[in-house]
Design a binder for this molecule. Structure first.
Ligand code: SAM
Length: 193
């Protein structure tokens, strides 16, 4: 199993919008170091946070951070961190905000680090996540989602349309070999606005 994903430019870009927009019951999908979950905890509109990752090292890492920081905020004290392959352990739960910075690079033959590689084309994890997330969004819920030009933006946009989501682009950031995008995504019949 790979080591815990250190926050990078992608994490920081998404975290800016998590700080501003996270609210209610929050799920941090693929939490890694827990960066998005701990930033969400700073927002007074957030009520409770669940953080999941497939990597057991990430779970240990986040659990330790909760232990260290739990006196700082009741939202951190009550944070739940679970090992899960995507939504596997979350049956029946609904969230007002689902945060996801997915593994988004196309697989390489010699490297299969699940923190980085999202499938043969790079977008497979994202496509599965977006399809399953519909069942876990509360009415009026939103997804804060980061991806890269290497994930294939057209394919992401196509999947969002096919699945009946609406979305707005919150940010773009040009990096050395890719462009990062942050989307806010929601379902029209559940749109709270
Ligand atoms: C790009 S990292 C993002 C980490 C952190 N959220 C951030 O913003 O820095 C992707 C994370 O997704 C996790 N992951 C990969 N496949 C997963 C799966 N099937 N279910 C849950 N988490 C998964 C990885 O272990 C990794 O921690």
């Amino acid at each position: 199993m790979s080591s815990v994903y250190e926050p990078r430019e992608d994490s920081d870009l998404l975290a800016r919008y998590v700080r501003l927009l996270a609210r209610g019951r929050v799920l941090d999908m693929g939490t890694g170091s827990g960066v998005q979950a701990f930033i969400a905890a700073e927002n007074s509109k957030v009520k409770e946070i669940t953080a999941v990752d497939i990597n057991p090292l990430a779970i240990v890492h986040v659990a330790r951070r909760i232990e260290t920081l739990k006196e700082m905020d009741p939202r951190i004290r009550s944070m739940v961190v679970l090992q899960s392959d995507m939504f596997d352990v979350l049956d029946g739960q609904r969230f007002d905000t689902i945060i996801c910075n997915p593994p988004y690079l196309p697989d390489e033959e010699k490297d299969t680090d699940p923190a980085l590689y999202g499938g043969p084309q790079g977008y497979e994890f994202a496509v599965k996540f977006l399809a399953e997330a519909k069942e876990y969004l509360a009415p009026g819920g939103q997804i804060l989602f980061l991806f890269s030009s290497l994930t294939n933006r057209d394919r992401i946009d196509m999947e969002l349309k096919r699945l009946g989501y609406l979305h707005e682009e919150l940010a773009q950031l040009a990096e050395f070999f890719e462009r990062l995008y942050v989307y806010r995504i929601w379902l029209p019949e559940r749109d709270a606005q």
